[in-house]
Design a protein around this ligand. Sequence first.
Ligand code: BGP
Length: 469
Amino acid sequence: MQYQQLSSFPEQFMWGASISAYQAEGAYQEDGKLPSIIDEYQHDEDVAGFEVASDFYHHYKEDILLFKELGLKAFRFSIAWTRIMGKNPGETNEKGINFYHRVIDECLENGIEPIVTMYHFDLPYHLEEQGGWLNRQTIDCFLDYVKVLFAEYGDKVNYWLTINEQNTMILHPGAIGLPKDGSLPSKKELFQINHHVLLAQAQAIALYHQLDMKGKIGPAINLTAMYQATANPEDAIAAHNWETLRGWSFLDAAVRGKYNYLFEKYLNDRDIYPKIEAGDFECLAAGKPDFIAINYYSTATIAASKNDGSDVSARAGDQQIMLGEEGVYRAAENPYVDKTPYGWVVDPTGLRLTLRKLYDRYELPILITENGYGAPDTVGEDGKIQDNDRIDYLQKHIFVIQEALTDGVDVIGYCPWSAIDVVSTHQGFNKRYGFIYVDRTDKELKTLKRIKKESFYWYQKVISQNGLS
Ligand code: BGP
């Protein structure tokens, strides 16, 4: 639908940018931080580099001042559970707690709204050794951690995100590294893990509301609309399978407090339905989010399963991200979209469709917590970083957000990935997303100096005029 006039971005629109703790902070063994699964898992040695990452732990002041100069109204970051909790029940780490007080205070003093993710892929390793999320007790440990978060930062933070991309954790468990023995959980275990994470999330949300805290809380899911490859009705069914099993099933549990009917059938039919205890569904229903956060990068195009052993294929040659499922759906090419240098589909219009579908379904405010263009930026001889493809990508996505706002979707903010260059989940430091370049490579730490990219000046202008020209 085209309009005679587009709505403006609301005055309070949260123009932001995002990072996560383990991809940005470094200082992985400093000030009492415990090891997380990221620290202990096997990674591709050529591109890991989480030990120092962007060294945000030591550069946070300088970085937040740059964010102020960029004009950010909001900064989304995650807290590392391993930095603030000890190994024993009730034990906390003062130095870690104080670090996040300093980060939050620095944001507030500079007029930046902190948006805090509680859990971004980095489970404490000692919990992993006791079964990780497969062990129901991890839910209680998470709740102990969440209580510390609310007690320490509850009066300063207005936006809380519970779990980052639960669907990625379950659907692509190898994307953040492999356990020491190289083995990943079985499908049955993964959906048990999923159930426990849903319970942990619901309890965190319910607790926040019981405590009558001043802000808002919601999940952060990876959500993308999909297209059916052709007008073949079988492609339409496969596309609906995809949409339900990879997106809605996670959000229906979080927002509606119950398992989606098709998801239930899928789990039962494959004998991978999780063990549910008495009261679990009441618990899910008691934790209703105030808003939904989404990470949006690409769309998918889906065809009917051939069910001949060929339904699963690697995304853009990336063996960590396998797409398709035997007997359910398979990935297809879309001739109408571009791709990033890493083979990710670029589809701004797909964001508008995703926002519409999401809003149709739950009618909750939507915060975009990730969206961005990963590319191997380089510093030119003039010292400048011309990341025009990133500008083009972001500009087109901002335009469709404005269209979605005009459609009537309640989008409350946009936090592209990433505020500053960080280590990619499994593709290294040279896959850069930031507005600010960090002088290091996959192999060499170099100076870690911060350099503003062209996109920095461009986004600064967008924010200052509250939208595109
Ligand atoms: C999301 C994660 C982020 C981030 C981003 C880009 O799935 O929440 O942590 O890394 O994807 O992905 P990548 O780093 O694999 O390029």
